[in-house]
Design a protein around this ligand. Structure first.
Ligand SMILES: CC[C@@H](C(=O)O)C(=O)SCCNC(=O)CCNC(=O)[C@H](O)C(C)(C)COP(=O)(O)OP(=O)(O)OC[C@H]1O[C@@H](n2cnc3c(N)ncnc32)[C@H](O)[C@@H]1OP(=O)(O)O
Ligand SMILES: [Co+2]
Length: 134
């Protein structure tokens, strides 16, 4: 059911410092900062030959990554995002298998303008999983 690895997300305490490290130290192609108020984050995407890295920083007091950064003040890998052909079919199959779909359970539009859903990390070996419609 899952397809390509769309991105690996890293929560960072200093977005510009992290972007500069990827640009200057690692020589990667670094995009602009994008505020995503509906998701409570500011993101910067780094394009690699085979996938993307999503640098995440909290936006607003209710950010879903606030608690994560409080527990991991130096930052850390926050989630992985897999592409799926049909996000509603994937959601229904996962729910039937007992996985917890986070939030309302309805897809929301993500940073790439496509529907996304999140699955509880406790149901996936301690790893928060994002699904994005391909
Ligand atoms: C820009 C849009 C989009 C895109 O298009 O790419 C994004 O990527 S947005 C990214 C941010 N959005 C989200 O993360 C939404 C989904 N997240 C959530 O709903 C919550 O953050 C959560 C995963 C349900 C956790 O929230 P909460 O229960 O309030 O936090 P706790 O701190 O109490 O955590 C409970 C439990 O789970 C562990 N945990 C939390 N986050 C992670 C994580 N990222 N990876 C692994 N484990 C995680 C946490 O440690 C707690 O465990 P215990 O201490 O053992 O109970
Ligand atoms: Co993401």
């Amino acid at each position: 059911m899952i397809g390509r690895l769309n991105h690996v997300a890293i929560a960072v305490p200093d977005l510009e410092a992290a972007a500069a490290q990827y640009r200057c130290t690692l020589g990667a192609e670094v995009g602009p900062a994008q505020d995503e108020p509906e998701h409570g984050v500011t993101v910067i995407f780094i394009t690699l030959p085979n996938t993307k890295i999503e640098l995440l920083h909290p936006l607003g007091a209710e950010s879903p990554i606030g608690a994560f950064l409080a527990k991991n003040p130096a930052g850390g890998i926050h989630h992985i995002c897999y592409e799926v052909e049909d996000i509603l079919a994937a959601r229904d199959r996962l729910k039937a298998s007992g996985a917890r779909v986070l939030g309302t359970g309805e897809p929301r539009i993500g940073a790439h303008g496509k529907p996304v859903l999140f699955l509880h990390p406790k149901d996936f070996n301690g790893c928060l999983v994002e699904l994005e419609q391909a």
